[in-house]
Design a protein around this ligand. Structure first.
Ligand code: GLC
Ligand code: MG
Length: 531
C-alpha cells in the first residue's frame, strides 16, 4: 500500500501576524510589510510553516482593516504592491507559505461598490448589498442586531431604505445571493492566488448568507445585562444558513484551480455545526477554525470532552486544527496565568491537528491594560462597559529591550507591555527555562516527530485537573501528562508503560525515565516518549 501523503498545512504550524503590531520599518508607529520581511528569519527559525497575515488591503480602518475598500490593493500604510511581492518571494525562499485574510462578508462603506450601490434604488450595484424598505412603523426591517452593538440596520436618507451591517455601519454586508458579488470576490481571490498566495483565512464565514425572508431572530434565554447587546438574540436567521455551504464549496473550487492552496474559515459555532463547514466529501473549507480552546473553561474534564467530541465529529479525512489565541480574544497567558500558559502551549503543540499560534503568545505576552481614553477598538467604543476591547491583545510585538521593544522608532499605535525589558525575543531566544525557549523546543519536537504532527490521538486518563493522552504513529508513541492546576494530581493509568521525558515544564525532569503511576506536581506538564 502506498504511504499516505500529508500536505504542508497538515504537518506544519500556522502563525498569525497582526500586521499593525508585528514590526514597524518606517517609524510611523504601525507595523508594515517591510517590517514583516525583516522578521521572516525569526519565524523560520521558530519552526513556522504558514504565515497568516490579518488584512493589509486599502481600508479606512474603521475596524482596523476588516473594512476593505479595495480587494486587490495594498494599504499605503503597510507598503506597496512591490513590497508585497517581495514578501511573498522571501516567504517562499524560506520554504514557508503565505496565507492572506479575505473579508468577503462585508466591504467598507467607502468601497466603490457601496458608493455606487447607495446612489439609487435602480443602480446596477444596488443588489450587491442588502437593502430593505423600513418596517411599517418606519423602523428597521427586522430585529437583527449588530455584533458591535445596536441595530444591524442603517437608514440611508437618500433612497429611504435600510442596509444591513452585521458589524459596524461602516461595514455593509455584501449580498452573497447575487452571482455578480460571488464573481467579484472569486476574481479577487484569483488575483492573489496568481501572485502566489498559498491560501486564505476567510473572515466570518458563517455570516455570509442570511435568511432569505429576513425572519426575526429569537431571544436568547441565557442573556444577562453584563453581556453585549448582540447576545440578546440567538442568531438563528442571520448566520449559519444552509446555503452558506454552497458558497464555501464555490470558494474551495476557486482555491483548487491552483496547486496546494489552503482555505481556512473563521467560524464561531458549536462542534456539530462547525464540522459541516468541511463540506460534503470534504469539498468545503480545509480547516474550519476550531476555537474551543478560546472559549472553554480551563478544566481538564471539559477540555478532554471537547477533544473527544471533536475527534468524533470530524468527517472522514477531515483534518483537525486548534487555535489558542487570536486578535479578537484575551491572550492565553492572561486567561490562564503564566504557569498554565506553558501547559496550554504544550497542549496546543501536541494535540492532533494543525496548531495556530497568535503572535507574541510564544513569548507569553499578556493583555496590556489600555487606559479608557486611549481605547482604539470600535467594539469597545460602540458599547462602553459591555463591549470587550480587543486592544489589550493587539499590542506591539516585543523584540528586544530597547525603546518600544524594538517594534518602532516612532510612537507605537498601542502602548507596550511594561515588562518588555525581560519579556522579549532577544532576551528569551537562547535562555533555558524561558517561555520562548520552551515553545521553540516544543515546536521543534513536533515538527520532527511524525507521532506528534500526524499521529493518531488516543485518550488515556483524565481525572480532576489532570489531562493525559497519547499520540501514535506506527511504532512511535508519545504520552502527554498535563496538570491543569497548581496542586498535585495523581496519574493512575490502567495500563503499563515506560518512557523518557522529552520536554517538561520543569526542565530538570527532562531525560528522566518514568513509568506506572505518577505524582504530578502543580503546573507540571510532561511530553514523554514511550519505549
Ligand atoms: C472577524 C475578525 C474581527 C472583525 C470582524 C468583522 O471576527 O476577526 O477582528 O472585527 O470579523 O470583520
Ligand atoms: Mg510602519
Amino acid at each position: 500500500m502506498k504511504e499516505k501523503e500529508y500536505l504542508w498545512w497538515q504537518k506544519g504550524i500556522i502563525y498569525q501576524v497582526y500586521p499593525r503590531s508585528f514590526m514597524d520599518s518606517d517609524g510611523d508607529g504601525i507595523g508594515d510589510l517591510n517590517g514583516i520581511i525583516s522578521k521572516l528569519d525569526y519565524l523560520k527559525d521558530l519552526g513556522i510553516k504558514g504565515v497568516w497575515i490579518s488584512p493589509i488591503f486599502p481600508s479606512p480602518m474603521a475596524d482596523f482593516g476588516y473594512d476593505v475598500s479595495d480587494y486587490t490593493g495594498i494599504h499605503t500604510m503597510f507598503g506597496t504592491m512591490q513590497d508585497f511581492d517581495l514578501l511573498t518571494k522571501e516567504i517562499h525562499n524560506r520554504n514557508m507559505k503565505l496565507i492572506l485574510d479575505l473579508v468577503p462578508n462585508h466591504s467598507s462603506n467607502e468601497h466603490q461598490w457601496f458608493r455606487e450601490s447607495r446612489r439609487s434604488k435602480d443602480d446596477p450595484k444596488r443588489d450587491w448589498y442588502i437593502w430593505k424598505d423600513p418596517a411599517p412603523d418606519g423602523g428597521p426591517p427586522n430585529n437583527w442586531l449588530s455584533v458591535f452593538g445596536g441595530s444591524a440596520w442603517e437608514y440611508d436618507e437618500q433612497t429611504g431604505q435600510y442596509y444591513y451591517h452585521a458589524f459596524l455601519k461602516e461595514q455593509p454586508d455584501l449580498n452573497w445571493r447575487n452571482p455578480e458579488v460571488q464573481q467579484a470576490i472569486f476574481d479577487a481571490m484569483r488575483f492573489w492566488l496568481k501572485k502566489g498566495v498559498d491560501g486564505f483565512r476567510v473572515d466570518v464565514m458563517w455570516h455570509m448568507i442570511k435568511d432569505e425572508k429576513l425572519r426575526d431572530n429569537p431571544p436568547n434565554p441565557d442573556y444577562n445585562e453584563k453581556m453585549n447587546s448582540y447576545s440578546r438574540h440567538i442568531s438563528a436567521y442571520s448566520t449559519d444558513q444552509d446555503e452558506v455551504h454552497d458558497i464555501v464549496r464555490k470558494m474551495r473550487k476557486v482555491v483548487d484551480e491552483f496547486d496546494d492552496r489552503l482555505l481556512i474559515g473563521e467560524i464561531y459555532l458549536p462542534i456539530s455545526k462547525l464540522v459541516r463547514y468541511y463540506g460534503e466529501d470534504n469539498q468545503g473549507a480545509h480547516l474550519p477554525f476550531n476555537f474551543q480552546l478560546l472559549e472553554l473553561p480551563w478544566e481538564a474534564k471539559k477540555i478532554e470532552a471537547a477533544i473527544n467530541d471533536y475527534e468524533g465529529a470530524l468527517p472522514d479525512e477531515g483534518w483537525p486544527n486548534w487555535v489558542l489565541g487570536n486578535h479578537d480574544k484575551s491572550r492565553i497567558a492572561t486567561r490562564v496565568g503564566k504557569e498554565q500558559a506553558r501547559i496550554a502551549a504544550m497542549l496546543l503543540l501536541t494535540l492532533r491537528g494543525t496548531p495556530t499560534i497568535y503572535y507574541g503568545d510564544e513569548l507569553g505576552m499578556e493583555d496590556v491594560n489600555i487606559p479608557e481614553n486611549k481605547i482604539m477598538d470600535p467594539q469597545a467604543l460602540n458599547e462602553p462597559g459591555v463591549g470587550k476591547s480587543r486592544d489589550p491583545e493587539r499590542t506591539p510585538m516585543q523584540w528586544d529591550d530597547t525603546r518600544n521593544a524594538g517594534f518602532t522608532t516612532g510612537e507605537p499605535w498601542l502602548p507596550l507591555m511594561e515588562n518588555y525589558q525581560e519579556l522579549n525575543v532577544k532576551e528569551q531566544w537562547e535562555k533555558k527555562g524561558s517561555m520562548l525557549h520552551f515553545q521553540r523546543r516544543l515546536i521543534n519536537l513536533r515538527n520532527g516527530e511524525p507521532a506528534l504532527h500526524i499521529g493518531d490521538h488516543i485518550p488515556v486518563y483524565t481525572e480532576n485537573n489532570l489531562l493525559s493522552y497519547m499520540r501514535k504513529y506506527k511504532d512511535r508513541k508519545y504520552l502527554m501528562v498535563l496538570n491543569l492546576s497548581d496542586s498535585q494530581e495523581n496519574f493512575k493509568p490502567d495500563f503499563n508503560w515506560r518512557g523518557k521525558v522529552r520536554i517538561a515544564t520543569q526542565p530538570e525532569m527532562e531525560g528522566e525515565e518514568l513509568g506506572g503511576e505518577l505524582q504530578v506536581k502543580g503546573n507540571l506538564g510532561l511530553v514523554i516518549e514511550l519505549d
